[in-house]
Ligand binder design. Sequence first.
Ligand SMILES: Cc1ncc(COP(=O)(O)O)c(C=O)c1O
Length: 396
Amino acid sequence: MTRMTVEQLRQDLPMTGEIAYFQTGTYGPASDSVLQAVRETLETEARHGPATTAGRLAHRDGEAAARSGLARMLNVKEEELSIDTNTSRAMQQIVRGLSWQPGDEFVMTSLEHVSTYGLSYSLTEEHGVTVKVIEAERLTDEELLAELAGALTDRTRLICLSHVASPNGRLLPVKEAAAIAHAAGVPVMLDLAQSVGTMPVDLQELDCDFAVGSGHKWLLGPMGTGYIFVAEHQLSGFRPNFIPDRSPWTLAGDPTPPPTARSRTEIGTYNHALVVGLGRAVEILESIGLDNIRTRIADLTRRLRRGVEQIDRARIITPLEPEKSAGITSVMFDGFAKTDMDGLAARLQDRHQALVKSQWLTAPPDPVKIAMRISVAAFNDEGEVDRLLEGIDEEL
Ligand SMILES: Cc1ncc(COP(=O)(O)O)c(C=O)c1O
C-alpha cells in the first residue's frame, strides 16, 4: 500500500470534523478504510454464502495480512500471536491458563486496569492465591524495580504490568522489570492496551513471556478486537483453560492442541470481518510509521501540557519527561470530586465539542482521586488541543 500521512488519516476519520476526540485510550475511532474492509468482508460472505469458496476467499487474504501485520508490528513470530476480542478477556485466557495452587503469588502494580484487579480478586477467591500490589504512584522507576525485586519469592507465578498505565499514562520500566523477574525465574505478562499504536513496541526487546492488547484503542481497529502473545518458550507448557476446537482424535489422546498461540487460545468461530478490519488498521498505522506517530503525539502532548500548566487549579500527574509517557496525559483539579469531573467532561463535550474521560485513579475507586484523562492521538491536531484548553479554561 502507498504511504499514508497523518493528514490523510484525519480525512479518513469523518468524526474529526465533529468532535475533538481525546478518548482513544478508551475507544479509538475506526477509519472509513477499516469500515470498508469490514463491510466488504461481511457482504461477500453473505452474498455468496460464508462456507462457499467465494465466501471463504472473502476473508482469507485479509485475515492472513492481519495476523502477519500484527506479528510484524510487535516483532514476534506469527505462531506466538492469536486474535481475541479485547485486553481483559485476553488476559483471562493467559492467567486462567496457568495452574494456580493455594499460596502461589501474583504480583501487579497499583496502576493496573480495573479488569486486572477483578481477575486478581478471583485468583484469591478461587485458588487461594496471594496477590501482591506494588504501590507504584509514590515510587520512582528505580524504587518500583527495587520493590518488585523484593516482592518475588519462590511462590511467585506471574508478574503483570501495564506497559503504559491506564489511570495516569506513565510508561513503566517493563524491560527492566522483566530482567529482574527472569533472574528469579518468574514469567512476565504485559498489558499493552495503552502503548501499542502510540509508538514502536518490540516485544522481543521487552522480553516478556505473555502480552495482551486491544485493537479498538490506539490501533484504531474495529470494536471488539484484541490479541494475545505467548512467547515460543512458554507455548509447550501453556495449557489453556478452555480447549480450542482442534479435533481431539488427531491428537493421540492429548486434548491440548499443538503449541501455537492460535491453536491454544482461539476457540471456535470468530468474526472474520473484524479481523480483516484490524489488519487494515495495522496496515494504516504501519504505513504512517510508528516513529512518526510517536513524534506527532509527543508534539501535540507538549502543546497540551504547556497549556494545562497555565491553568491555576490544574496539576498534571503524568510524568513530564516525553520518554516516560505515550498518548495519555492525566490532570487533576484542586478540590475536584468525581461529580465535578463528570460535570466538566460533559460540558466540554456539549459546549466545546471536546471529548475527554473522567478517570478514577484507584481501584476500588476513591471519590476524590479523580483525573481528566486526555488521550492525544496522531489524528488529533493543534486546533483541537487549543479548543480543549480554551474549553477547560472557560468551564472551570
Ligand atoms: C491498561 C488497560 N488494560 C486493559 C483495558 C481494558 O481493555 P478492554 O476493554 O479492551 O478489555 C484498558 C482499557 O482502558 C486499559 O487501559
